[in-house]
Design a protein around this ligand. Structure first.
Ligand code: ADP
Ligand code: MG
Ligand code: MG
Length: 213
């Protein structure tokens, strides 16, 4: 049964890597408006390295937590860029909170997401409104926690939280970047959503679909 959930993590990561390959060009275009244009490439590199590491870990027979930790380490090592470091840390922190001896409960998902956000903010120091992926991640984490506390199933709670992340990512179009590489060209980015918030919302939505089965 530890095997089944490790397999779920691998399946989720494969779905994410496929999605990011499809979105690579568009994410690069968004990042080129005020940043350096490499966000699509970085996300593809990171997620495909994460899939390879996850498959290798699952083949060794470890549980879902260890699979996700291995995936996070590979993502951080191979993606390059600010977002790669943050994604790697987020996956690793999420993995640290997953149980390896029983199936994950909705509360584990909420705790994992909170821990992931805490790592991202500890490393990147971005606050809400700085026009980064934090702007999509905060509403995701808050909605997930509220839905889980209200008794929603894991997949339901995740899907609702991903909807909020998607709205928030779109809303970053109105903001000016206050941190990261896009800051010097801040004005140019007004009217365009933040690439990192956009990719995060896409990934969270896809994971919601995988959880729903
Ligand atoms: P780089 O900016 O190093 O080229 P990417 O292009 O892959 O890295 O990622 C850019 C995204 O990273 C931004 O759109 C933003 O969402 C996110 N980002 C940048 N700096 C931070 C930060 N300090 N905290 C959180 N997210 C950040
Ligand atoms: Mg970039
Ligand atoms: Mg870069």
């Amino acid at each position: 049964e530890g095997q089944a959930t490790a397999a779920t993590v691998v399946r989720g990561l494969r779905a994410v890597a496929d999605l990011l390959r499809d979105e690579e060009e568009e994410l690069g275009r968004l990042d080129a408006i005020a940043g350096d244009g490499d966000h699509g490439r970085g996300m593809t590199r990171g997620s495909s390295a994460a899939v390879e590491a996850a498959e290798a870990a699952a083949a060794r027979g470890v549980g879902p937590a260890a699979v996700l930790v291995a995936a996070g380490d590979a993502w951080a090592a191979k993606a390059g860029g600010t977002s790669g470091v943050l994604w790697g840390a987020a996956l690793r922190s999420f993995g640290d909170l997953l149980p390896d001896d029983r199936p994950a409960l909705p509360g584990d998902l909420a705790a994992g997401a909170s821990a992931a956000l805490a790592s991202v903010q500890r490393l990147g120091r971005a606050e809400l409104g700085d026009k980064t992926l934090v702007d999509a991640m905060v509403p995701f984490v808050e909605t997930l926690r509220r839905e889980v506390d209200g008794g929603a199933s894991g997949p339901e709670a995740w899907a609702r939280a991903a909807e909020e992340a998607t709205k928030a990512a779109k809303g970053t179009a109105d903001l000016r970047p206050r941190t990261g590489r896009a800051r010097p060209l801040a004005e140019r980015s007004v009217g365009t959503p933040d690439p990192g918030a956009t990719s995060l919302a896409l990934v969270l939505t896809r994971i919601g679909e995988v959880l729903a089965g």
